[in-house]
Design a protein around this ligand. Structure first.
Ligand code: F6R
Length: 594
């Protein structure tokens, strides 16, 4: 949550080109307000605005150093005063921050007593003020930053600017350094897409570390980057990593929204997800087979993939696995031992609830396998094994392609545990071939259906077996992007209470396949008998359906495909209701607060 982009350049860069464009690329992290700053003579020029960055652009300004932020409010309402960057009292130290400073009140009280006046309601403002406090007592900027980082508690990524120096630090929130050696530029950002246009060479800053970017005085060849452990003050050696994403993957191209682009990309991403190193999959399979207790944990959409895992492992591998919401997992700590294996499922690898859960599992000696999309994310560094999703950057706040990649990997693992890895991969690759047909054949139908449903207040979705997680995930997609209330249920559950809500015309999406059809359709009959409008998602039409969406039968890979038309329906509902599909209200892509 919140996006940071900053640069330090030998020859100067256009603030509009790097910071404003970078903030647009990071907007999925928060879009309540935005701001940026750069030196102008002996002063600092600051721009802050409430709302989405949209098509904002500033006059071209060349600067050798600049800093920017897009906000998802935590402390303090959405206002210009609370938007970042924040300044020290003397306006010399400029700070942007992602995360939460848990002890900010105590720090603020101390500074207020010392005579420092505050201009915002944020927790962030204590950071530049503390830096000034240390500078006022004779420390240089780097040391003042280091001491301030040691004062603040909580999760944070911070970038601070003073004159020609930039200092960044992380503790629990992502921060990555982009290195453009050729043009002698450095970038500090929350995520790689912010600077991917300029370099794919990165240095991941770890928790407890700070990066210092300053002038290289002699010879004046390029700015210099140095890294330190900010508690000990000792230097740290870092390595440059080359990442495989390209800038086209992070741009909309001819699409109006990232959401539809990413739905379409499932034509390739499902197959890419199962292209994994065989030795890695074998090692993880052995870990599953030797474990005493296997847990799958995740949040939101990733949790739904975990729920699907329980059905897939049960049917394909005849193996029991436990599924727990990441935020609830610490309550299971008592059941964890050194023989426990925990699968952490996450697109971003930065979800705070999940990282907290993983830390509690590690305390008990459990082994961690991550199924994750973002290379270098915190989760990848905490895990014993990483299965990368290979889905490319997912920019839309909603998870779409990352969900089907997670399902493809989980299905493949279940087959591997059954000793049938190759068979599993073939089933998944065959299913992936149906994706263009599912998307192209249904788009028109789904748009028409969205027209019929766009003014409804409630939509219900039901499914049995692995269609049940699809019902939950479909409901999440619809509600988060179109703001229509939607709820998913197991087919047998509606009659235990919720059926009371069905009235004339209530839309119900029935997700069924050859294994579940008989029972799910009797549940659909119960809804229809009470006036429900029945939308069938199945490989076969049925007279019960008032509306039919065809998804070819793909056997054990069904759950990977069934969600796709519902993603498209959610997209059209959002567009027809004038909601922004890429940036739904109140949400942010990486939920880095607990
Ligand atoms: C919904 C959505 C969220 C995320 C959840 C976990 O479309 O995107 O529910 O799935 O916040 O995020 P990751 O997978 O990054 O851990």
């Amino acid at each position: 949550m919140c996006g940071i982009i900053a640069f330090k350049s030998l020859n100067g860069l256009d603030v509009n080109e790097i910071i404003v464009k970078g903030l647009k690329r990071l907007e999925y992290r928060g879009y309540d307000s935005f701001g940026f700053a750069y030196p102008s003579g002996s002063e600092v020029e600051i721009m802050k605005k409430v709302g989405k960055i949209g098509d904002f652009s500033s006059e071209p300004v060349i600067a050798k150093i600049a800093i920017g932020h897009t906000r998802w409010a935590t402390h303090g309402k959405v206002s210009e005063a609370n938007a970042h960057p924040h300044l020290s009292q003397n306006n010399k130290v400029v700070v942007v921050h992602n995360g939460i400073i848990e002890n900010f009140q105590e720090l603020k009280d101390f500074l207020v007593k010392k005579g420092y006046a505050f201009r915002s309601e944020t927790d962030t403002e204590v950071i530049p003020q503390y830096m000034q406090f240390f500078m006022d007592s004779g420390k240089d900027f780097k040391e003042a930053c280091r001491l301030a980082f040691n004062k603040i508690e909580g999760s944070f990524a911070v970038v601070a600017m003073n004159n020609n120096e930039l200092v960044g630090a992380r503790n629990g929130s992502p921060l990555v350094l982009g290195v453009d050696e050729k043009n002698k530029n450095y970038f500090l950002a929350s995520d790689v897409p912010a600077f991917l246009e300029f370099t794919n060479k990165v240095i991941y800053i770890d928790d407890g570390e700070m990066a210092v970017l300053k002038e290289n005085s002699s010879p004046k060849t390029s700015p210099k980057a140095e890294f330190f452990d900010y508690a000990a003050g000792s230097p740290v050696k870092k390595q440059i990593v080359e990442i495989k994403w390209n800038i086209e993957q992070a741009e909309k191209g001819d699409y109006e929204h990232f959401m539809m682009k990413e739905i379409d990309e499932q034509k390739f991403t499902i197959k890419a997800a199962v292209q994994q190193d065989k030795n890695l999959i074998q090692k993880i399979t052995d870990e599953i087979n030797n474990a005493f207790g296997v847990f799958f944990i995740g949040a939101g959409t990733s949790y739904h993939a975990c729920l699907a895992a329980s059905y897939l492992f049960s049917h394909i591998a005849k193996r029991h696995i436990n599924v727990v919401l990441a935020s609830e997992f610490p309550n299971y700590e008592e059941f964890l031992t050194e023989k426990t294996l925990v699968f952490a499922v996450s697109q971003s690898g930065e979800t705070a609830d999940l990282l907290e859960a993983i830390k509690s599992a590690k305390r008990k000696g459990a082994k961690i396998v991550s199924i994750v999309n973002v290379m270098g994310s915190t989760l990848t560094r905490l895990s014993d094994y990483n299965i990368m999703m290979n889905a490319g950057p997912e920019i839309c706040v909603l998870s779409t392609k990352s969900y089907t990649s997670q399902l493809a990997i989980i299905t493949m693992l279940a087959y591997s545990c059954a000793g049938k890895l190759e068979e599993g991969k073939q089933i998944i690759s065959k299913a992936a071939k149906f994706v263009p047909e599912i998307i192209d054949d249904n788009k028109k139908n789904l748009k028409e259906l969205a027209m019929r449903l766009k003014d409804r207040h409630d939509i219900f979705l039901i499914g049995r077996n692995s269609d049940f997680p699809t019902a939950l995930e479909g409901a999440l997609k619809i509600k988060e992007v179109s703001y229509i209330h939607a709820e998913g249920f197991a087919g047998g559950e509606l009659k235990h209470g919720t059926i009371a809500l069905i009235e004339e015309g209530t839309p119900a999406i029935i997700i069924s396949d050859s294994r579940t059809r008989k029972q799910t359709l009797s549940n659909a009959m119960e809804i229809k008998a009470r006036g429900g409008f029945i939308i069938g998602v199945d490989s076969e039409n049925n007279e019960i359906f008032d509306y039919f969406i065809k998804v070819p039968e793909a056997g054990a890979a069904n759950s990977i495909l069934m969600i796709i038309p519902i993603q498209i329906l959610a997209y059209y509902l959002a567009v027809l209701r004038n909601c922004d599909p890429d940036k739904p209200r109140n949400l942010a892509k990486s939920v880095t607060v607990k």
